[in-house]
Design a protein around this ligand. Structure first.
Ligand code: IMP
Ligand code: MG
Length: 179
């Protein structure tokens, strides 16, 4: 697997330190409130499980699955709900937890969809953000790292369902996807 990667972009230690900082801010911002973390499957599963263990406040967790890239490395812009929330979010404080914001198409659609259900608030936490995402109207409240516009894998991020288990984020070598 090592030969499929060109470079580590964010190390395990950097991720852990950043999640601890973000969690401290989240605990402070939602002090005295109940918070529902909504993870976007499957990419956010790793960041969710590490983030939630740093949180000390009153939190619960739910999941959505939406379609994005399939086995390609480009966003299609077509979003479909594959798995909806188990819980109602009316009047609740929702924090969407994502692995990466690229074109922003997926998250802007998701946030609109969640708002239509009448929550008390909707905010976004994303571990990674690529430059393109800065152009779209997605307000990220909690950001892990801004990264270069390269295709990355690891720490939940996949290419054709592989590499999610890497404890760090790395650039996938172009030869793997024929680039
Ligand atoms: P967006 O709609 O373009 O913002 O894409 C968001 C989704 O595409 C993310 O939740 C990821 O699942 C996937 N994605 C975007 N960039 C990458 C990448 O560099 N590696 C792996 N998956 C990515
Ligand atoms: Mg994702």
């Amino acid at each position: 697997m090592g030969g499929d990667l060109t470079r580590i972009v964010v190390t395990e230690e950097e991720i852990d330190a950043r999640l601890a900082e973000l969690a401290a801010r989240i605990d402070e911002d939602y002090a005295g409130k109940e918070l529902l973390l909504v993870g976007v499957l499957k990419g956010a599963s790793i960041v969710m499980s590490d983030l939630i263990r740093h949180l000390r406040g009153d939190v619960s967790m739910d999941w959505m699955a939406v379609s994005s890239y399939g086995a390609s490395t480009q966003s299609s812009g077509v979003v479909r709900i594959l798995k909806d929330l188990d819980t109602e979010i009316a009047d609740r404080h929702v924090l969407v937890v994502e692995d990466i914001l690229d074109s922003g198409l997926t998250l802007s659609w998701l946030v609109d969809n969640l708002y239509s259900r009448g929550p008390a608030s909707v905010e976004i936490m994303t571990l990674l953000r690529k430059p393109e995402a800065v152009k779209v109207e997605v307000d990220v409240k909690y950001l892990g790292f801004d990264i270069a516009p390269e295709f990355v894998v690891g720490y939940g991020l996949d290419y054709a369902e592989r590499y999610r288990q890497l404890p760090f984020v790395a650039v996938l070598a172009p030869h793997v996807y024929g680039g």
